[in-house]
Design a protein around this ligand. Structure first.
Ligand code: BJ8
Length: 424
């Protein structure tokens, strides 16, 4: 990576903290990703994006800003990228996948807060996330209680915070409420940018995001092959990159990788181990660089063939219908698409259990590893009913509860190995 010290200083990053973070991150990436055997050549692009995630990509975002675009940072797949693009802005996911500045964090948040929330506080307090610092607007959402209440504190740390309310059920009032929130968000972006939402721009935004989702669906479907043509770690990385990279370039690169995977499937050369145990990971989102559990799973010789997660299938599952002929009709289509996201903050949430079973069938999985972040009420509560229903259907399942620390690695490895032995 070139020397970006000046850019990081201009963004207000703490250079010592940031260098320490990059060093840790680089070491983990080398150990986890670069030691994998038989990786598709197309992963070279994603390795490059990862290596430049705090360098060239940030420079690109600053160049976009200089050309008049606004950068919108967010923490949730409910924040509609279609609308952000349509108003001449760029969407980025914010850092929330590693522990940082924990002592400082626990001065402002209770200890028993999930790692994901503690992480974005740590990245802010430690001044190490260039995406937060480059964002012109940071969008928080009322989803779980942890996020909702922590945003009251976080909003005092950032000058440019915007809160989006979201429904908690999918009853008759849910869609009007979501439309209301999306309309308010449109007004906010219009006011920030001076742009007016047009039919053509919104249609274009929908097409760009749909193309990205279709490429990711294509990748998901290719993982149904046995042997799987790509590791779960690499597929997760691509899903994580979907929140950082330029959407048009990203889509091209995912499609090029899928072309290569089709060749691998046809020739069976370079594919993952034949007859490896196949698992679905289901549960909390794995924000970059949270690779702990997938690395443990694949170190056993198993292969992850799907992520039932917002950084994975839950976040990318449906495309937005683009047939409406008015702006209002397109907004309705966006609402229709987003209301289908089966996040555990909704009650009831039977769709999610149904989707997990669909994924087991579609991707020929042998079992499900339910991943809950410690203190995440929605997903850990839901893991009991998920476990019960899957067991009733004869699908092997294990519930894992963990955090971002490395302290439970030994215990996790033992449990995962035992589960993989059972499903072999
Ligand atoms: S749509 S999953 S991205 S809210 S892990 S902070 S739930 S206590 S992240 Fe999410 Fe949107 Fe839902 Fe998806 Fe709370 Fe749980 Fe922490 Fe979580």
């Amino acid at each position: 990576m070139a020397d970006y010290t000046q850019m990081w200083s201009e963004l207000g990053l703490d250079n010592d903290n940031h260098n320490a973070l990059l060093e840790n991150l680089g070491g983990a990436y080398q150990a986890i990703f670069m030691t994998q055997k038989s990786r598709p050549q197309g992963m070279g692009y994603f390795d490059f994006v990862m290596s430049e995630a705090h360098g060239l990509r940030i420079q690109e975002l600053r160049d976009e800003q200089a050309a008049g675009r606004k950068i919108i940072g967010s923490f949730c797949v409910f924040v509609p990228e279609e609308i952000i693009l349509a108003l001449g802005c760029t969407s980025v996911g914010l850092c929330a996948g590693a522990d940082f500045a924990q002592e400082e964090v626990e001065k402002v948040l209770p200890r028993n807060t999930c790692s994901l929330i503690k992480s974005f506080f740590g990245f802010k307090l430690g001044k190490v996330c260039p995406y937060m610092e480059v964002s012109d607007l940071i969008v928080g959402e009322n989803t779980c209680d942890g996020k909702k209440k922590s945003f009251e504190i976080y909003s005092q740390m950032v000058p440019n915070f915007y809160q989006m309310d979201l429904p908690q059920t999918k009853n008759g009032g849910a869609k009007p409420m979501l439309k209301n929130e999306f309309t308010a968000f449109i007004s906010k972006l219009e006011q920030m940018t001076g742009n007016k939402l047009t039919y053509e721009a919104l249609k274009q935004g929908i097409d760009t995001v749909n193309a990205k989702r279709k490429a990711l669906h294509r990748l998901s479907n290719l993982r149904a092959a046995n042997p799987a043509p790509i590791s779960g770690l690499d597929a997760l990385l691509i899903n994580q990159m979907a929140f950082l990279d330029n959407p048009i370039r990203f889509t091209e690169k995912v499609n090029a990788l899928c072309d290569e995977l089709e060749t691998i499937i046809a020739s069976k050369e370079g594919a993952k181990t034949v007859n490896a145990p196949r698992v679905i990971i289901s549960g909390c989102p794995m924000a970059i660089p949270n690779w702990k559990l997938p690395a443990i799973i694949e170190s056993t010789g198993a292969v992850i063939v799907g992520e039932e997660s917002c950084i994975g299938e839950r976040g990318q599952r449906n495309v937005t219908a683009d047939t409406a002929t008015t702006v209002d009709g397109l907004i309705d289509a966006i609402v229709d698409r987003y209301i289908n996201i089966d996040c555990a903050v909704f009650t009831p949430n039977q769709e999610r259990v149904d989707h997990i079973q669909e994924m087991v069938k579609n991707y020929n999985a042998d079992g499900v590893i339910h991943y809950g972040l410690q203190f995440c009420q929605p997903y850990i509560m839901e893991s009991f009913s998920v476990e019960k229903e899957l067991e009733n259907k004869g699908i092997p399942v294990i519930r894992i509860e963990t955090d971002y620390s490395q302290e439970d690695m030994g215990q996790l490895s033992t449990r995962v190995e035992a589960f993989i032995e059972i499903i072999k």
